[in-house]
Each structure stands twice: as structure tokens, then as C-alpha cells.
Design a binder for this molecule. Structure first.
Ligand code: MSP
Length: 511
């Protein structure tokens, strides 16, 4: 049986509610999952929450809750985000679930059996906010920052289990060399490889100075380090260790999507744990960039944290999804601003796509009583639109293979511009006036076909809009597929179309 395509998001800490950074990765993963389903692939798409660790324990304490009360409350905000943004995740994992504890204990024991875990003492700095051990070099960097820019780090000195990471440097570098696609975008690979080349130290993988975590098997005075626990979620949900048949079908992940700040955990620690446990490595880790908001760093203290529910409410989930994936190349940083959203809605969505759909369906209503006509013999201009659709499908495929959403979308919009020009050139209104009926039929049919194609290629990004266009074309409920898009025969003569209201509202340019 063919391997299931497996895409993941990071699992989000439940110390705080979701912001657009969380929505971003989840939307990106959803676009990939929907794209693969369009291609007919079997997809497993995982997201979830990271609920253990010192940060969660402290946040709960400060709110007078137990950690599990905090997690149970905040997790709903993450779970509800998926319907609010039309996310089609296959599973939602919480690290406080029993199935996950089992997987963590199992991988810990396998690594221990491989001789890669020993008891020692950790003495050094710890960054609770990022749940990260700070190396001496990082500490020097932190101390060279102005005082108000320094992340808070604490001195830790405690007994700890260590993972023998240092011995995996060579194997990791080998892996990167053999699989340059393991870290994407490619410019991130250098950064990861340089870090490994600098020499790896063994990694502390347990803590004793708080309780909120999974106990170390055989020594419950220790809880397992939250990143060791969290990274394991990706195999838990794939059926590790109890369902080997399912695990073999789903694992390894095809791509872990992560923010650039947590690349090291995914591209260095995680593959080393898996190597030690004798498990296959994920095929790729893709690190995306960070959003600023109206030009400023997004932060609680800055009071500018953007609530994804609010954006979805104000602009609709499709516009939100479109903006995030179109505005910047996936991998780079970008700025989130209302004026940028408004300008994309007005220009690309309302004028570009919305206008094409409404003028075309309007003409089918006006000249053909709302019924798609049968085409006559195509002329070269019609063939160009068909050829354009095939080229579009190749361009989108290539862009999606690179996880370059902006390229895929820009190819779709080039096609929309091409079809809009074709309508202008063929001027159906003149054909109608001059009674050139067969030519008018052909042009209207061709444009209807092209809109159906567009609706399929926008599906991964704007599922509602895609469904709405198909509905207006008389194809409501049709399951979009790449095969259909390539057939150039989705829209059959006789379909009843409906122009309906504008697909996108136009906003005042000041937002
Ligand atoms: N729990 C860990 C991940 C464990 S995965 C095994 C974690 N959680 S988080 O909730 O703090 O962050 C989740 C993601 O949000 C990270 O990928 C991070 O890059 C992303 N973002 C946080 N702020 C962001 C922006 N301003 N912009 C884009 N993404 C941002 O880390």
C-alpha cells in the first residue's frame, strides 16, 4: 500500500491563547494537506498542543490553577481554531494523553537500551520561556544585548539524565549531506550544519526541580525534558508503539513545518533521538519565518498580539489564509497589516478573481438564460486558454513541491489575468450584438471551464471560495481533484449557473 503523506505543525504551548504565528503554520499545513488530497493522495495531517513543562506549571500556578486545568481550558482555543480556519487536520494530539505518555516512555527506553542515556548533573542556564538549555556561547550572546532586550534565563544546577548527543554529530552531518532536502528552505541548511560542525554537547533530558511532566521510567523523581516529550508527539499520533502496521504506513513524516526559532530542535535533536532509537527520520523539516505586526515585533508586552479568530471574523477565513500564504515566500519574515490585507482583497480577490467569476456568469445568465452552452470548433485563442490551464497545473505542482505557496498563487493569478484578457479580446457583448452565436457559445464555455479550473487550484488556499465558485457553476458538492482540473471537461453544457453576489467585498483603501 502507498505510504500516507504525513504533514505536521508544531504542537503549541497552552500557556497562552493562539496568535497569528500559530494560525500561520496550521494554515500552511492545511494548504499542503488539501493539495495532496487534490492529487488523490492519502494524507495524515497532525496538529496539537504541548502541555507539559516548567513554563506551563508556572503559568498555571500564577493563575491559581493546576496545570491540567490550565491545559484543559486553553486547549479549546487551539482545537476551535481548526473549524474557524477550515483546517482539515486528521488528528489533534495533546501531550497529556495516555497514548502519548506510552510513546515517550517507549522511545526513552529504546534510547536507554542503545546505551545513549546516562545520569549526571546539569549546571548551566535555562530559558523557561523557550524551554531551552542555554549554551555558554548563547549565554555570552545574551549578555552582550542591552539589558531590556535580554531574554530571561535562570541558573540551574540539578541531577539530570543526559542523552549522548555528542556522538551523533558525524551521523547528522552525513545525513544532511546525503539528504540536502532534509532542511528547507536550503539557506537554512547551512545554519543547521554549522551548528552541528561547531560540536555537539550531550543534552540534558530530565529535570528534578518541578513535577509537571512525564516521569522518567524507573526514576520518577525526574520528569522528562519537555522537548524530548514534545517531539515524540509526531510518532505517537502515527501509531507508535502499539500499532506497527499503521506506523509503517504513516511514518516517517514527509514534512515537519516549524518556525525558524525551533528549527534546531527538529533538525538536530529530533533526528538524533530517532537514530538512537533505531527509527526512520522525517523526510524534511521546513522552517518558516516570523510575522511582525504593523511593522512591530508581536509581543504581549507590546499589546499588539493579533487574535486569529478576530481576523477570520473580520475578513473571513479565506482572505486570512490567502493573505498569509500570498504575502511572503514561505520561509521568509513578513509584516501583517490591515492595509496590506485590504490592498490584496481589493486588487487580487475582488478585482481579479471576483470580477472574472461575476462577469462570466453574468454573461451566461444574460445571453444564455443561465445555462452553459455547448462549444463550437475552438480557435487558437480558445486553445491558448486550455494550454494555459495545463501550464498552470504544472506550475502549481512545481511550486507546491517546493512549498512555495506564493509562487503557486501567483501562477493562478497570472492565469486569471490571461482569462480576463481573453474575455476583453473576444468581447462576448459584441458577439451577442452581432449575432455570432456559435462563437459566443464557444467563448462562454471556455471561460466557464477556466473558472472551474481556477476554483480547483485555489481550493488548498481558499476552500470556501473554491466551493462557492463550483456551486455557482452548477457543480455544488463536486469533489475537487487535480484530475478534473486537467481534464478540461469539468463544465458540461447545460449546467445551470448563478452569478450571485460579489465573492469578495471591496474595502475602503484605508481599511
Ligand atoms: N511547543 C513548542 C513546539 C513543540 S513542537 C514539537 C513551541 N510552541 S509555541 O506555541 O511557542 O510556538 C509554536 C510556533 O509558533 C513556533 O513554530 C513559532 O515559530 C511560531 N511563532 C511564534 N511567534 C511567531 C510569529 N510572530 N510569526 C510566525 N510564527 C511565530 O514552540
Amino acid at each position: 500500500m502507498a505510504k500516507t503523506f504525513y504533514v505536521t505543525t508544531p504542537i503549541y504551548y497552552v500557556n497562552d491563547v493562539p496568535h497569528i504565528g500559530h494560525a500561520y503554520t496550521t494554515i500552511a499545513a492545511d494548504a499542503i494537506a488539501r493539495w495532496k488530497r487534490l492529487k488523490g493522495e492519502d494524507v495524515f495531517f497532525l496538529t496539537g498542543t504541548d502541555e507539559h513543562g516548567q513554563k506551563i506549571e508556572r503559568t498555571a500556578e500564577s493563575r491559581g490553577e493546576t496545570p491540567i486545568q490550565l491545559a484543559d481550558r486553553v486547549v479549546k482555543r487551539f482545537e476551535n481554531l481548526t473549524p474557524a480556519l477550515d483546517i482539515t487536520n486528521s488528528d489533534f494530539i495533546r501531550t497529556t494523553e495516555k497514548r502519548h505518555e506510552k510513546a515517550v516512555v517507549e522511545i526513552f527506553e529504546r534510547i536507554e537500551a542503545a546505551g545513549d542515556i546516562y545520569l549526571g548533573e546539569y549546571e548551566g542556564w535555562y530559558d523557561v520561556r523557550n524551554e531551552a538549555y542555554i549554551t555558554d556561547l548563547q549565554y555570552e550572546e545574551i549578555m552582550s544585548l542591552p539589558e531590556d532586550k535580554r531574554p530571561h534565563v535562570e541558573k540551574v544546577k540539578e541531577e539530570s539524565y543526559f542523552f549522548g548527543l555528542s556522538k551523533y554529530g558525524g551521523a547528522l552531518l552525513d545525513h544532511y549531506k546525503k539528504h540536502p532536502e532534509f532542511v528547507q528552505p536550503s539557506y537554512r541548511m547551512n545554519e543547521v550544519a554549522r551548528f552541528v560542525e561547531g560540536g555537539l554537547k550531550d543534552l540534558s533530558i530530565s529535570r528534578t526541580t518541578f513535577n509537571w511532566g512525564i516521569p522518567v521510567p524507573g526514576n520518577p523523581r525526574h520528569v522528562i525534558y519537555v522537548w524530548f516529550d514534545a517531539l515524540t508527539n509526531y510518532i505517537t499520533a502515527a501509531g507508535f508503539p502499539d500499532d506497527p502496521e499503521r506506523f509503517a504506513r504513516i511514518w516517517p513524516a514527509d514534512v515537519h513545518l516549524v518556525g525558524k526559532d525551533i528549527l534546531r530542535f527538529h533538525a538536530v535533536y529530533w533526528p538524533a533521538f530517532l537514530m538512537s532509537a533505531g527509527l526512520p527520520l522525517p523526510r524534511a523539516v521546513f522552517a518558516h519565518g516570523w510575522w511582525t505586526v504593523e511593522g512591530e515585533k508581536m509581543s504581549k508586552s507590546g499589546g499588539n498580539v493579533v487574535d486569529p479568530y478576530q481576523v477570520a471574523e473580520e475578513f473571513g477565513p479565506d482572505v486570512f489564509r490567502y493573505f498569509l500564504l500570498r504575502e511572503i515566500p514561505f520561509g521568509q519574515d513578513g509584516d501583517f497589516s490591515k492595509s496590506a490585507i485590504v490592498s490584496r482583497v481589493n486588487g487580487e480577490l475582488a478585482n481579479g478573481l471576483g470580477n472574472l467569476v461575476s462577469r462570466t456568469l453574468g454573461m451566461i445568465e444574460r445571453y444564455r438564460g443561465g445555462s452553459v452552452p455547448a462549444p463550437g470548433e475552438p480557435l487558437p485563442a480558445d486553445d491558448d486558454i486550455k494550454k494555459g490551464a495545463i501550464e498552470l497545473s504544472e506550475q502549481v505542482e512545481k511550486a507546491m513541491d517546493e512549498i512555495a505557496f506564493h509562487k503557486a498563487l501567483s501562477a493562478v493569478w497570472d492565469y486569471i489575468a490571461l482569462v480576463n484578457r481573453y474575455v476583453d479580446d473576444e468581447a462576448p457583448w459584441t458577439l451577442a450584438k452581432e449575432g455570432k452565436d456559435e462563437r459566443l457559445d464557444t467563448v462562454l464555455w471556455t471561460v466557464a471551464q477556466s473558472i472551474a479550473v481556477v476554483s480547483i487550484f485555489v481550493h488548498p488556499f481558499m476552500p470556501r471560495t473554491s466551493g462557492e465558485i463550483l456551486k455557482r457553476l452548477g457543480l455544488g458538492g463536486m469533489k475537487p481533484s487535480l484530475e478534473a482540473a486537467r481534464s478540461w471537461g469539468i463544465v458540461e453544457p447545460g449546467l445551470k449557473v448563478e452569478k450571485g453576489a460579489g465573492l469578495f467585498p471591496r474595502y475602503g483603501e484605508k481599511g
